[in-house]
Design a protein around this ligand. Structure first.
Ligand code: FAD
Length: 376
């Protein structure tokens, strides 16, 4: 098929910036770029018919980290970096609410909880010390003295088994990931961004002052600057970056009459996560039960993980209830040795914003702003 002159001069016309990947990071980058430089010609290219990585396939937690996770991060990365990351996520959540409004993306300040199992219980005193220490450090960021607090009294009302303690985070919420991606797409298109779907970028090459993009179609694209936002799939175009794919599997139940579970919940150091979707339960995780098999970019589900999730559901969350599993899916996260995202110029005029470490819903809004500054 040949390309018409109309196509050549519109959809496929040379751009100032081409973004590969229309997940939350690519979309927020385009959003900030157009805000900062309205005349900049921007295109987003994605190989999926819709964004097809993690952004529309996640759990929709509007979160910035649980107590055990932040304590572990602090040990591993140092408290300054841990706080830097929390601040980025927290700012990202405010940005989403400010730009789109809570109603539009079903943003709900439902409160988040972390379950401490009897096996992992460090003791109430130690937990209280950790909560105090984190609350003191977070105060400057969230402008709130008691972000986290022990909420053991709620264990019985939620009906959880095998739970020694419950930590509440009143600054955590939930949103609708599909509606957020759609709202962002509509917003960037309204600002003049060209969105090309079902086009896979197979490679790129710097030729003179342009970057040429090679695709799986009969089209070549050119741009002054290339921005790669392919997260878990980054190795295809940028081998050598410290990014490992990590599949996350999810299931959703049919409506549960009188469901007591309300909010977002983290369990077993975040390896399990669940929330209510109205009166249904969305449950995901259990990746630690088959870590090698789940280190993959294959977007399918497996019996091992799905059975484990079902077992967890019937044993700890919904003992005695009758329900069906109505939906199952997976998405792919981008992990690495470090939790900080990789946002940098990898070679002249080629940039990347990748590795959201499984918590990019909030991060993406702030990463996008960083990128827009870097590309000016
Ligand atoms: C099951 C699951 C649950 C999660 N739950 C949460 C949560 O509750 N809260 C939270 O904050 N985070 C969560 N995350 C993580 C969060 O969804 C991600 O961090 C975030 O969506 C990453 O966005 P992204 O734009 O970087 O990547 P992606 O959304 O993966 O987007 C990358 C895009 O690049 C495209 N692409 C890849 N290669 C090419 C190519 N060669 N050419 C063209 N296009 C290409 C893909 O099609 C894809 O659309 C979860 C992730 C998963 C998988």
């Amino acid at each position: 098929m040949q390309i018409s002159i109309w196509e050549k001069e519109s959809f496929y016309a040379p751009k100032d910036v081409i973004i590969v990947g229309s997940g939350l990071v690519g979309l927020w980058c385009a959003w900030h770029l157009k805000r900062k430089h309205p005349k900049c010609k921007v295109a987003i290219v994605d190989r999926g018919i819709i964004p097809t990585g993690a952004s529309t396939r996640n759990a929709g937690f509007a979160c910035f980290g649980s107590v055990t996770e932040l304590m572990a991060d602090s040990k591993k990365m140092g408290s300054d970096k841990m706080l830097e990351l929390v601040e980025m996520r927290f700012e990202g959540l405010q940005r989403i609410r400010k730009v789109f409004g809570e109603k539009h993306v079903d943003f709900e300040w439902c409160g988040g909880y972390e379950l401490i199992t009897q096996q992992n219980d460090p003791g109430k005193e130690k937990l209280e010390q950790e909560i105090d220490s984190l609350n003191r450090q977070l105060k400057a960021i969230v402008k709130e003295a008691h972000t986290f607090k022990l909420a053991d009294k709620k264990i019985a009302s939620f009906g959880f088994g095998n739970t020694a303690h419950l930590i509440e985070n009143k600054m955590e919420g939930a949103l609708h990931s599909g509606k957020l991606c759609q709202a962002l797409l509509q917003s960037v298109q309204a600002q003049g961004v060209t969105v090309l779907n079902a086009v896979e970028i197979a490679g790129f090459e710097k030729i003179g002052d342009q970057v040429a993009l090679y695709t799986n179609q009969h089209i070549h694209l050119t741009t002054k600057k290339l921005l790669i936002c392919t997260n878990a799939f980054a190795a295809q175009l940028l081998p050598g970056l410290d990014i490992v794919p990590a599949r996350g599997q999810v299931l959703v139940t049919s409506p549960i009459p009188k469901l007591a579970i309300r909010g977002t919940f983290h369990y077993d150091e975040g390896f399990y996560y669940f929330r209510n979707l109205g009166d249904r339960i969305l449950l995901g995780g259990a990746r630690n039960k088959a870590i090698e098999a789940e280190t993959t970019t294959e977007m399918n589900i497996t019996d091992t993980i799905q059975h484990e999730l079902e077992h967890f559901l019937s044993t700890y969350l919904l003992p005695g209830h009758t329900y069906q599993i109505t939906d199952r899916w997976s998405g792919i996260m981008g992990m690495g040795g470090e939790k900080m995202p990789i946002v940098k110029e990898v070679s002249p005029d080629v940039f990347c914003a990748v590795r959201m470490s499984g918590m990019g819903v909030a991060l993406a809004a702030v990463v996008g702003e960083k990128v827009a500054k870097m590309l000016q």
